[in-house]
Design a protein around this ligand. Structure first.
Ligand code: BTN
Length: 275
């Protein structure tokens, strides 16, 4: 239930009409759902997808009570301070190909942030991608992406792209404050969230269309271009309990992280986390 008064304390509610006013690609137009407080936009999107919601439905919440992160972690989802969003996709492609959605999502976030920040801050803001899909601002995590795929006998039923962007947080809880940041904390300015969502949907649509047309090469190339982690970085990657150390050497055509191991051999890592 929405009462008009509820928005008085929110300068930039994520209302569909405010986002559409900025211009939204046809894929998403008229399909934006807004919630005040829900458990998780990914969980809401899953329910809707199972009930038949179409490709391009966007789920946005002002707050999440059980926002989920990668590896079973929670996602800090305070009221009105972030963008908590899930895009529902139904791509007609093989699951291996769809795994590139995780990379293109980070590219879309990185480019939309660049678009929003560039006129004000030019070169002073360092946007970076950390494999596979964290987006960093000045070295701290600004955005996390949780992609979930549902497979049936016929292949992909749907893909959920959960994107959390820290926008207006003035502080984070102890512990998280060492690694997380927000647009406000880095710039001292408040960025209207509807404008950011519109920019994100535009960039996402651009790169998703590339993938649908089979052009995964340009996604990989753009990811490599935007990421300081792509090549020549000494890293430790947690492959789910098993850590491996090496020097990054770009992404493979399938989106795996290529690591040069101490013995000179190359390992391709398909899932894991850079520590
Ligand atoms: C990560 O751990 O880096 C991924 C975080 C993903 C958070 C977003 S917020 C919107 C969507 N709903 C969720 O419950 N999680 C994702």
């Amino acid at each position: 239930m929405k009462s008009p008064g509820i928005y008085s304390e929110l300068p930039d509610p994520l209302l569909p009409e405010l986002i559409e006013k900025e211009g939204v690609p046809a894929r998403f137009a008229g399909k934006i759902k807004h919630y005040l407080k829900i458990e998780s936009t990914n969980d809401e999107a899953r329910r809707a997808a199972e009930a038949g919601a179409p490709e391009g439905t966007v789920f946005l919440a002002e707050a999440q009570t059980r926002g989920r992160g990668k590896l079973g972690r929670s996602w800090y989802s305070k009221w009105g301070e972030g963008i908590y969003s899930t895009l529902l996709l139904r791509p007609a492609m093989k699951p291996a190909q769809a795994s590139l959605i995780t990379l293109l999502s980070a590219v879309a976030v990185g480019e939309s942030l660049r678009r929003i920040l560039a006129p004000l801050y030019a070169e002073r803001m360092e946007i970076d991608l950390k494999w596979p899909n964290d987006v960093l601002l000045n070295g701290k995590k600004l955005c996390g992406i949780l992609c979930e795929m549902s497979l049936g006998a016929e292949g992909i039923q749907f893909v959920l792209v959960g994107i959390g962007i820290n926008v207006a947080q003035r502080r984070f809880p102890p512990g998280l404050d060492k690694t997380a940041t927000s647009l406000y904390l880095e710039t001292g300015a408040f960025f209207p969230r509807p404008k950011l969502v519109a920019a994100l949907l535009e960039r996402f649509d651009f790169w998703y269309q590339r993938l649908l047309e089979g052009d995964s090469g340009s996604i990989i190339a753009e990811w490599n271009r935007l990421s300081s982690y792509a090549a020549g970085r000494e890293v430790i990657v947690d492959k789910g309990g098993d850590a491996v150390r090496g020097r990054t050497a770009g992404l493979s055509a399938a989106g795996a992280l290529r690591l040069v191991l101490p013995d000179g051999s190359i390992e391709e890592i398909f899932s894991g986390e850079i520590l």
